[in-house]
Design a protein around this ligand. Sequence first.
Ligand code: MN
Length: 727
Amino acid sequence: MAKDFQKEFVDFEKIIKKNNPHADINLIKKAYDFAELHHRGQKRNSGEDYFIHPIAVAINLSNMALDDQTICAGLMHDVLEDTDVSKEEMEKEFGKEITFLVDGVTKLKQIKFESKEEKQAENIRKMVLAMSNDVRVVLIKLADRLHNMRTLEYKTEEKQKQTARETIEIYVPLAHRLGIYTIKWELEDLCFRYLNPQEYYELAQMVHIKRREREAYINEIIETLDKALQSTKIDYEITGRPKSLYSIYKKMKRNDIEFDEIYDLTAVRVLVDTIADCYEVLGKVHSIWKPIPNRIKDYIGQPKPNGYKSLHTTVFGDDSKPFEVQIRTRKMHYECEYGIAAHWKYKENKTKSTEFDERLTFIRQILDWQKDGGKDINNKEFMEILKGDFFSREIYVYSPKGEIYNLPMNSCAIDFAYRVHTEVGNSCVGAKVNGKMVPISQKLHTGDVIEILTSKNSQGPSRDWLNIVQSNQAKSKIKQFFKKHSKEDNIEIGKELLDKEFKKHDSNYKKLIEDKFYDEVAGEFGFPTRDEMYASIGFGKTSVEQVIQKLIKKYKSENDTEVVEEKIDIPKTKAKSAYGSEIKVSDFDEDIEVKLAKCCNPVPGDKIIGYITKGNGISVHVRSCPNIVNLKTPERLIDVYWRNSRADKFPVRIEVITRDETGVLYQITKLMSSENVSIQAMNVRKNGDDEGLVDMTVQVLNIEELNDLLMKLKSLKQVENAYRVKI
Ligand code: MN
């Protein structure tokens, strides 16, 4: 029995009005009736009336807050193709703009994606052209694809797989590129379900079982955060957000881990009004829970190429169970959910939106490029440019079993091998792409099927691979391999590099610098021995330039320490610093304020020198502190000494370089507490692609205790290096 679509309109209208109170309901109702009339009698594969589909598409568009014209076009998007209505008739009823949109979608719909790449290129070229005329055409197409994917169960298995493949290869990257995450995630999950059904349902089952437990945990977190934020003036909203199945799956594959090891199945999201509020909330979060290094991502300071903005951090909750917190403004959130569509409104109101323009730049680039003789470039190249640069920073490839892997664009078989497993990467000797043997350095493309050939006799990765691979994962695993396997080589390379670098400076320095300076500089960088320092230089971790600078400074400071004696008025003040009593200033009484300089934080045992400040007493520096070495007013220096008796601990700033591994912060803080060292301040940030940097100020008794602590830190598995910071 046919549905009563007049009754149905009541609910439809409610949704439209909720999304846009000023919507032109008369116009929309006219399009609704027009489409319903012409589709009447047509059925979908599910047996339902065909018209439920255009309604669903129009609702998707309304949820993206698109304008009345787009919603009308959504309602009528299949009319020109599937009914007798002509373009002229529609234009007479609805005008040029709406008809243009429907016609655009109809043309796009005629694109049939073939497996042959050449054909696809032509199709995408059409799509891009349609998009450049009016991006709303492509948004309607995405809304259409979303509903078709949601109702894919009614199609044959073959059709399901074909549509899902086409969706993950074309529409998911398109949604990503346009920054429409809600649609991207939903499409990905739907594709995953039809392409890898067994894994999809297994995972869905596991997620379901843990749901209650997870929800309770998240509620607890929200409550704690809510309490902390109530004391601020921030207007905030906190919600728990389930992670999409496909992103969980990707993570398991990428990190080679089991479901049980995935901790951030749910993230907490905080929405606020201003950017300043975002950072304040981040600070609050870190004051309640300890952050994991490398997991603090500032996409506000550095937005993603598609315009995504947000702060992300992963912190340790109770029982060291980590979870993710995303913080962004309400505006950013809206733009992130609806991407380019969110900007459409601004454009329509003739308000300048540079972000919108930026997002469209890539389309313009294609057009310009076509004008400039681009017609000569064949479809295959065009396709590569689209798939690579313009559509996505990612490619999707398959294993011979049909499992999907996503890799950064320009990845090669080696990237794929390391994505599958570290051992597969380390023993990779060759690769087949789509059944053909190819060089392992050959670039992969979305849709490729890759088979990795391994050998037990493989000598491991080649150093050149570091220049070939694209993924950070492969890079860090290759580096790890070399680190383990050739320390001796690295020491030799390090020495050579140091020699070469000396030649860039005054080569006399090489002769002048005494052996003990090397040991001291190695110590300052936190290396237990000189060889360790050479190895780190050879490995490319420590900058040879920095080492030379320190050596030269050391030489200079040991050789120009004559202090010009001159009478200077010392400001008398009664104030004493906490540590002032630890230091004796030659020739002065106890009433001078003595402060430890913040730049170098001297610790008992350090060679120190005092600097007479203008009006703030004496600040005590380490003798090798660059501020002292490069001092323009040496006449203000004064000898100071450590007293023998002391009870207090001293603050020292140290830096710990960590590998991108979970649990590292926990290990560090655990060590601190077992060593009875208290942490005054801690700051965690990303240091390059696969490293974290923990910058902290700790309290130690003396230099011996500090060195001991640094040694212990370095012995931790996840710690690459630990050293005292000397600016
Ligand atoms: Mn449709």
